[in-house]
Design a protein around this ligand. Structure first.
Ligand code: ADP
Length: 409
């Protein structure tokens, strides 16, 4: 079965065509700056990637570009749309309605729309993607895979905020979390890697990319996560502040004369590593700058690692221990220096990084010492594969149910 995985951003459309039986990526790419005059389309895998300037006024046009590229011309991966069996959509916010992936119907679409208030850019973009698929492939089954669904198992003591209860009742203000598909994937893979059942393990998962989040997975159930109502909460990130004293927002708004949306811009786009260092949100640039003696870059590095370290401590307390810590995404997978700083000083907790293993590169691997009571793993994340797998399973289930109903009839 070939699954088209779509991840629509406000001005982008990322896609992968995955054959689920062979677990191979047949094609992938991204349409960027959709809606602006300089939109372009990157298509291909690794060194075979091509960049094509392509006018795309909206997501419907971007979808057409994707389908045309997949089915015809020099970069075709399949001979016609008939070879796409189903479509999996990544949706950021599923709110309280979705604790798992679901087949998309009109009701699901209206729920995603209703939840757009909590993730305005993302949910609206996903709806445009769904709409575009309905235009070009009206008969294909589509599945929605929610970033927040994995964290619907959080208990109220973890997802509620210490603010008047009425805001939860009126507006649904609570922790929803994000990156759930990635945390679910690396927790499952970690259990497989050490050959223990997920249900027997206490796992801390760390997704450290441009966006960063961590979660506590106790015997296979997510019990806490660092992102909140929105992805702004928790760890210090590339350009997001992470958790700060909430009073800072009103203080700065008053002193700088900022509107709520300008303040939101400061916290989401101008803070984090970029804001602290004044150099960049990219860890590679920061590393270089700090090695050249830039003190603010060094400070940003230290604050970032300290923020991860503190969540490790929190989640050990929440779960009453930890068996495995898993790292993933751009920084988690690649930055040995950051990993060294994160785990420095944690030996008394039974967490011992192996410096040599830590320098190695590659796929899934253990980077703790043989003596470490807690295993530290690096697991490259694969959200697209998870979306394809969920889509496959749900489409299979639906087909079987339909078959059963027909037999009964
Ligand atoms: P996104 O959240 O956008 O998907 P990624 O998972 O691609 O982000 O992570 C991006 C981050 O990973 C950037 O800060 C980048 O600097 C960092 N990164 C990627 N490769 C390396 C590397 N080799 N060393 C250090 N940091 C890296």
């Amino acid at each position: 079965m070939n699954i088209l995985v779509l991840n629509a951003g406000s001005s982008s459309l990322k896609y992968q065509l995955i054959n689920i039986e062979t677990q191979t990526v047949l094609a992938k790419g991204i349409c960027e700056r959709v809606g602006s005059a300089d939109s372009f389309h990157k298509h291909g895998i690794d060194e075979n990637e091509v960049v094509i300037d392509t006018p795309m006024q909206d997501h419907t046009e971007a979808m057409k570009v994707v389908l045309d590229t997949l089915t015809s011309g020099p970069h075709a991966a399949i001979s016609s749309m008939d070879e796409i069996d189903a479509i999996g959509h990544r949706i950021v916010q599923g709110g309280k309605y979705f604790d798992r992936s679901v087949l998309i119907d009109d009701d699901v679409v209206s729920r995603i729309d209703e939840l757009a208030e909590l993730a305005p850019l993302h949910n609206k973009a996903a709806l445009m993607g769904i709409d575009a698929c309905r235009t070009y492939m009206p008969d294909k089954p589509m599945v929605a895979v929610f970033d927040s669904a994995y964290f619907q198992t959080l208990p109220p003591k973890a997802f509620m905020y210490g603010i008047p209860y009425e805001y939860y009742e009126k507006y649904g203000v609570r922790k929803y979390g994000a990156h759930g598909t990635s945390h679910r994937y690396i927790a499952e893979r970690a259990a497989d890697f050490i050959d223990e059942p997920l249900e027997d393990l206490k796992i801390i998962t760390c997704h450290l990319g441009n966006g960063c989040s961590m979660s506590a997975i106790d015997h296979g159930i997510a019990v806490d996560t660092s992102m909140g109502l929105t992805p702004l909460d928790g760890l210090i990130m590339g350009t997001r502040s992470g958790a700060i004293d909430p009073a800072i927002s009103t203080f700065i708004m008053e002193h700088e004369g900022l509107t709520p949306s300008q303040m939101s811009d400061v916290l989401n786009k101008k803070s984090g590593l970029l804001g602290i260092s004044g150099v960049s949100n990219d860890m590679r640039d920061l590393r270089k700058a700090s090695e050249e003696g830039n003190e603010r870059a060094q400070l940003a590095y230290e604050m970032y690692s300290n923020s991860v370290k503190k969540y490790i401590g929190q989640y050990i307390a929440v779960m009453g221990g930890v068996d495995v810590i898993v790292l993933t995404a751009g920084v988690g997978e690649n930055c040995d220096k950051m990993r060294r700083m994160i785990f420095a000083g944690l030996q008394p907790l039974g967490i011992e990084l192996d410096f040599e293993r830590n320098k190695e590169r590659g796929g899934e691997r253990e980077i703790s010492t043989d003596e470490s009571r807690v295993q530290i793993l690096v697991i490259p994340t694969d959200e697209e594969y998870m979306i394809a797998r969920d889509t496959f399973e749900i489409v299979q289930e639906t087909l079987q149910e339909e078959l059963g109903e027909r037999r009964i009839a």
